[in-house]
Design a protein. Structure first.
Length: 252
């Protein structure tokens, strides 16, 4: 379905509402609920238009993952992406950040640059000394889905809420490259989906430095977990799991 005529209709309704408010200034408050309803419909139509455009360009999966990143944002000003003068697309939720070099989709965008990540990304990547041979995305996702299902089966809803609230609202499963940082699998999977051609890089023996994902399509940052012997609730990905054997991780 072509969203453009419907979007134009909401714009026309907005103009007509503004005209009525001008004509009846003392009664303008009566139009507030109508304005909110029109804006809500317009936003839904714009979201569907963006989704259709992403699917048409072959970037549907990346678009969905990018929007999940925006929805996870810890601050209101991070709920939208932003672009720089070169057309590169950025997003950050407070724990994960990405920069796409040539985005094939358009998410909700802020009018101005929210943060300057270029210096952070480059300075961190310059001191990354190691590159990890990540598991296949599908295999790692299958493993994580099985882990989440097991947690849900063994705990009630209140217990699950407490578990997630104790781990940045994530299930306590982490990925740990040798001599590298501890990363929530949920964060890693999200960046792998947005940047499917990227490789994981990190500073060896500095577990509290961020990890970096870099590839032809863009760059990402993932903040590490402060893992200690007391983090008994954190579960490390089992690299010998059957769920991971089918992919590239065990190909060597």
């Amino acid at each position: 379905m072509n969203m453009l005529p419907l979007i134009e209709s909401t714009n026309r309704l907005t103009r007509e509402t503004e005209a009525l408010k001008t004509e009846f200034p003392k009664e303008s408050w009566r139009f507030r609920s109508l304005e909110l309803e029109i804006e809500s419909i317009r936003n839904l139509l714009l979201a569907e238009q963006r989704r259709q455009s992403a699917v048409k360009s072959g970037s549907g999966a990346e678009f969905r993952a990018f929007n999940r990143l925006l929805k996870r944002a810890c601050r209101d000003d991070l709920k939208k992406g932003w672009k720089d003068e070169d057309g590169r697309l950025y997003a950050c939720d407070g724990y994960v950040a990405v920069r796409l070099n040539d985005p094939q989709f358009t998410p909700p965008l802020a009018e101005n640059r929210v943060m300057d990540f270029d210096t952070i990304i480059q300075s961190g990547y310059d001191i990354a000394t190691m590159e990890d041979n990540l598991p296949d995305y599908t295999d790692l996702k299958t493993y994580y889905s099985a882990f989440v299902a097991k947690v849900r089966a063994e705990h009630n809803s209140k217990q699950i809420q407490w578990i997630k609230s104790s781990h940045n609202n994530k299930f306590p499963c982490y990925y740990h490259p040798e001599n590298g940082p501890y990363l929530f699998v949920e964060d890693l999977l999200l960046v792998m989906e947005i940047l499917p051609d990227a490789k994981l890089c990190f500073s060896e023996n500095y577990p509290l430095r961020p990890a970096y994902m870099k590839g032809p399509s863009g760059t990402g940052i993932i903040l590490p977990i402060r893992a200690t012997d007391n983090n008994v609730s954190l579960i490390q990905v089992d690299n010998d799991s059957i769920a991971l054997r089918a992919g590239t991780y065990f190909a060597a």
